[in-house]
Design a protein around this ligand. Sequence first.
Ligand code: SAM
Ligand code: SF4
Length: 349
Amino acid sequence: MNAAFPPYQQGTDNFTSRGSPMIDPFGRSVNYLRVSVTDRCDFRCTYCMAENMQFLPKKDLLTLEELERVCSAFIVKGVRKIRLTGGEPLVRKNIMLLVRQLGKRIGFGLDELTLTTNGSQLARHADELYDCGVRRINVSLDTLDPEKFTKVTRWGELAKVMEGIDAALKAGIHVKLNAIALKDFNDIEIPDLLRFAHRCGMDLTLIETMPMGEIDEDRTDRYLPLSKLRADLEKDFTLTDTGHRTGGPARYVRVEETGGRLGFITPMTHNFCESCNRVRLTCTGTLFMCLGQNDAADLRAAVRASSDDGLLSAAIDEAITRKPKGHDFVIDRTHDKPTVARHMSVTGG
Ligand code: SAM
Ligand code: SF4
């Protein structure tokens, strides 16, 4: 047993109760927490990070125990789904200890624990993830071409990610692939990605690039509206709208020719904020109430000020009163500054 985490006894603490949902000023209930467990990553995807990224000093990070404490406070407040993300969540040291602890809350307040990963470390963690109660994960995969994969991730190796996907599927975990749509890079490959995903029983979700953080290139050069991609796909495939939802912002269609599902996440061309149910915690304990805004709450101060959860609970309540109506992402061709200064790896995708 790990000394840092005391054994969890179901039914003997306040975590077994499911709180009533937190309601924001616009009447939306907040029941989904995304947690970026590290800002570090073993890839340097060109649309996400600069090659020489400066990462946070380790002393600024919440410990795994502190992260669990914050997650627990959210579960008590009615959060039913937690997604661990990053940076790359599976490169955080001892991350499986946190996964195991949170997995014990499934059925006791929490409905689902999921993960968004680049897949590089998945082969060695897949069985344990399943054992901890993880049943669905998102794997980011923008291309099936090994050379292009290394080009876009700078440091990644496609074969390792494919091994990871295979291991996850064999472990019994549902895998959804996420691909960023990049003009003149993977647009012509999307039909292949779609066929591959559906052949293996995986959904595929396409995402528009968002202007977050300084990178080494101009994002507007690669920006591809999904409305254009959808129109192109409709030349070869019959796409039927469905009401399917997974708690995230994707809108899904059924692809009649493959029988699989295809999702679209369109923060730039179609604002999905009206149904937003989530908040995002960074690895330093900063809570962002919106991916596309800078306002935030410092939960680390509340965690470290007292071992009693009263302060933390009050800080979360106060933060929820500041959840904004929506984001203001714009593709700005006149300024070279991103709309949001922090990188996606700070708050996770
Ligand atoms: N490292 C993990 C991964 O790649 O899946 C988790 C973190 S990553 C920041 C989460 C998702 O954000 C990935 O699917 C990635 O493609 C996406 N992403 C990164 N930068 C983005 C940007 N500027 N716009 C839109 N999506 C972005
Ligand atoms: Fe790392 Fe994910 Fe960002 Fe790529 S998208 S650099 S894998 S955090």
